[in-house]
Design a protein around this ligand. Structure first.
Ligand code: ADP
Length: 377
């Protein structure tokens, strides 16, 4: 758990009053060692706070004397992602103002004429601790929410498994009957064989998803050829990549057995998700004006004791904030109907259950590289 390092905390005094800055500043600096970074600002700059931006300050003192917009600043700041602690300063006792400050979410209220060095030090320390505690509670709540949503997905998946499993069994059965009735027609038998194979693939995938939703470890069926699974995915995706004018570069060592400890269906899903994300990232880059010269490079190389699969794209890339959220369930930047944000978080859980891992490097506006490590068989 993160602990508050008081020395690194940034404190802002938002005041219009020059004598206040002197008075307040000297009080803060006479606190032993003055451990905090104190900045003075005209409080109007705080009105420019963009709710989407991270706030640089840990604690803001808002001087309500002569600054009628203080409540607006307070409301704005609290809407930001990582809000600072806010202490409202008044010139004299004012119960109405005090009540309003707490109602709007201030963490403390202080009367300047009654402040002394010790009281101020205590106010600062408590506001910073309170902020840290609020942050931890918020993170715990977010984690609980994710667990609840995952449980809901698990329930949905088990319902779906039943709904899909029955018609799938019928499709498979009918394909077998047709195969039986057409023993001599090679072409029809081959196509029916493909239908049966794909129906089996769907049921295996449903089973893996159910295991995962229940929190079971994924069982590996043994040695499996990574190159073949990549080949399958490229077979599915090459047509759409060609249509989009995206060059597909495949660097897979020929005639080397690329055996890994994994399970075919989930592995197929992991690679397909990476390629689909790469394609989406390139579409976003195209939309923002970088229309030419796009490629997706898929390579496999040795990385003892694993095989390393790399999927690199020339798409939109990611900000640090997106990279931080990438493997969190339900994290998505895609529009409604385009993504639910489960692809990478599920991939990570599956890979970890195989003792593998996934890593990312990305540059906003340039592209991304995903590296998947899977233990060799
Ligand atoms: P989803 O695709 O449903 O959004 P994922 O877990 O697969 O779920 O991806 C989560 C988010 O990660 C995406 O919404 C996107 O913002 C980001 N992302 C994943 N891959 C890439 C990539 N190759 N380039 C840029 N952003 C990516």
């Amino acid at each position: 758990m993160e602990t508050t390092n008081l020395r690194e905390c940034r404190i802002l005094l938002g005041s219009m009053n020059p004598s206040m800055k002197v008075e307040f500043g000297s009080m803060i600096f006479s606190i032993e060692n003055s451990p905090w970074n104190l900045e003075f600002r005209d409080p109007h700059v705080l009105l420019g706070l963009d709710p989407g931006n991270e706030v640089a300050w840990d604690l803001v003192f808002l001087d309500a004397r002569g600054f009628p917009e203080w409540s607006k600043v307070l409301k704005n700041s609290l809407k930001t992602k990582d809000p600072p602690a806010l202490v409202v300063l008044a010139g004299e006792e004012d119960l109405e103002l005090e009540r309003e400050a707490f109602r709007l979410g201030a963490s403390d209220f202080a009367v300047i004429s009654k402040l002394n060095v010790h009281a101020l030090e205590r106010i600062i320390r408590q506001a910073l601790f309170r902020r840290q505690a609020t942050k931890e509670i918020r993170e715990r709540d977010a984690e609980l929410l994710i667990q609840e949503r995952l449980a809901a997905v698990g329930m949905l998946a088990s319902g779906m498994a039943h709904e899909i499993g029955t018609p799938l069994g019928v499709i498979r059965g009918r394909a077998e009957v047709l195969m039986f009735r057409n023993p001599a027609n090679e072409g029809i038998r081959r196509d029916l064989g493909i239908i049966i194979e794909q129906a089996d693939r769907i049921s295996r995938l449903m089973k893996s998803l159910l295991n995962l939703a229940r929190g079971d470890d994924m069982k590996t069926t043994g040695a499996l050829d990574l190159g073949e699974v990549v080949g399958d995915v490229l077979g599915i995706m090459s047509h759409v990549l060609k249509l989009e004018g995206i060059e597909l570069i495949s660097e897979i060592p020929p005639s080397v057995p690329l055996k890994v400890h994994a399970d075919a269906e989930p592995l197929h899903q992991i690679i397909l998700n990476l390629v689909q994300n790469a394609l989406h990232a390139i579409e976003v880059a195209k939309y923002s004006g970088r229309t030419e010269g796009h490629s997706i490079r898929i390579s496999i190389r040795e990385a003892e004791p694993d095989w390393c699969l790399e999927v690199a794209d020339t798409g939109c890339g990611m900000s640090q904030e997106v990279i931080r959220g990438l493997f969190r369930p339900f994290f998505t930047t895609k529009g409604i109907g385009q993504g639910v944000g489960l692809g990478l978080s599920l991939s990570l859980r599956i890979l970890e259950s195989w003792r593998g891992s996934i890593h990312v490097e990305s540059q906003k506006g340039k592209g991304s590289v995903f590296k998947v490590l899977i233990p060799r068989a």
